[in-house]
Design a protein around this ligand. Structure first.
Ligand SMILES: O=c1ccn([C@@H]2O[C@H](COP(=O)(O)O)[C@@H](O)[C@H]2O)c(=O)[nH]1
Length: 275
């Protein structure tokens, strides 16, 4: 099954929330773990056990694993495998983007069958041009995987570039429109998603033609609320996957407390994201 269809199915069964697996050094300390690769391994193994079978989507943040070098990347591989075995879709937040020939290598790393880092979907940066992402879009299409392209990020600095107008349309809108071109006609929606921060209430981004999923980070620690999400995405809530990392992870290391927090957040998201 294609990524868009698998995502819609997972959200229908488990709810829309995507939990970010972001092993911040401060969280490791708060969980009583050492700030080394053994702490990273224990922190993330707890995440896998606690909610790999509870949420539709997990989003490991690659940076926190890469910070520990090759051993950290080995932990990332275990986390992704463990979550997939428990039925969660894995979106790796790596924000890759490069000239086409290098993009093809990134695409093989994250989107090729048999790659150690293969995931259900990966985040991509369109800063080198949306067209430069083509090798990833093609490989994702041929292996049933997906991508989320940064459109309007959750941080306030993002507007410097993303809200800039080109021929009357914002850069973010150009990204959304380019993604929409790849999703035309797909049911229930396509495999080329965009990232739009949950923190935005007042953008004039038009997602009505996207026909693809929207990854919406910023819930909780960055201040966005479920109510804000409803306001931001209006009637187009279909396909919206809100992301929360620190707000949930702060409830660890007790697996029961992590699960309870997730259940509470899911409850508050009622109606969001469901086709
Ligand atoms: O626009 C964006 C794109 C990605 N992120 C990432 O999502 C999580 C959010 O973590 P919280 O702890 O819930 O704030 C993190 O990995 C970011 O790098 C984002 O926040 N905004």
């Amino acid at each position: 099954m294609r990524f868009g269809a698998r995502l819609a199915d997972a959200v229908r069964r488990r709810g829309p929330l995507c939990v970010g697996i972001d092993p911040h050094p401060e969280l490791l300390a708060a969980w009583g773990l050492p700030a080394d690769v053994t702490g990273l391994d224990r922190f993330t193994a707890t995440c896998v056990e606690a909610f790999g079978d509870q949420v539709a989507v997990v989003k490991p943040q690659s940076a926190f694993f890469e910070a520990y070098g090759a051993q950290g990347v080995a932990v990332l591989e275990r986390v992704m495998d463990g979550c997939a075995r428990r039925g969660a879709l894995v979106v790796l937040d790596a924000k890759r983007g490069d000239i086409g020939s290098t993009m093809a290598a990134y695409a093989r790393a994250y989107l090729a069958d048999g790659s150690p880092l293969a995931v259900d979907a990966v985040t991509l940066s369109p800063y080198l041009g949306f067209g430069a992402l083509q090798p990833a879009l093609e490989l994702a299409a041929s292996t049933g995987r997906g991508v989320f392209v940064l459109a309007r990020t959750s941080n306030k600095e993002g507007g410097d570039v993303q809200a800039a107008l080109v021929g009357g349309r914002s850069v973010a809108q150009l990204v959304v429109d380019a993604a929409a071109g790849h999703n035309a006609g797909a049911q229930p929606y396509g495999d080329v998603g965009v990232v739009v921060g949950a923190t935005h209430t007042g953008t004039d981004l038009d997602l009505s033609e996207l026909n693809g999923p929207v990854l919406a980070p910023g819930l909780g620690a960055q201040g966005a609320t479920a109510q804000q999400l409803r306001g931001a995405f209006g009637a187009g809530l279909h396909g919206v996957v809100p992301v929360s990392a620190r707000d949930v992870l702060a409830y660890g290391p007790d697996p029961g407390a992590l699960r309870d927090r997730i259940a509470t957040v899911q409850h508050g998201l009622g109606g969001i994201g469901t086709p």
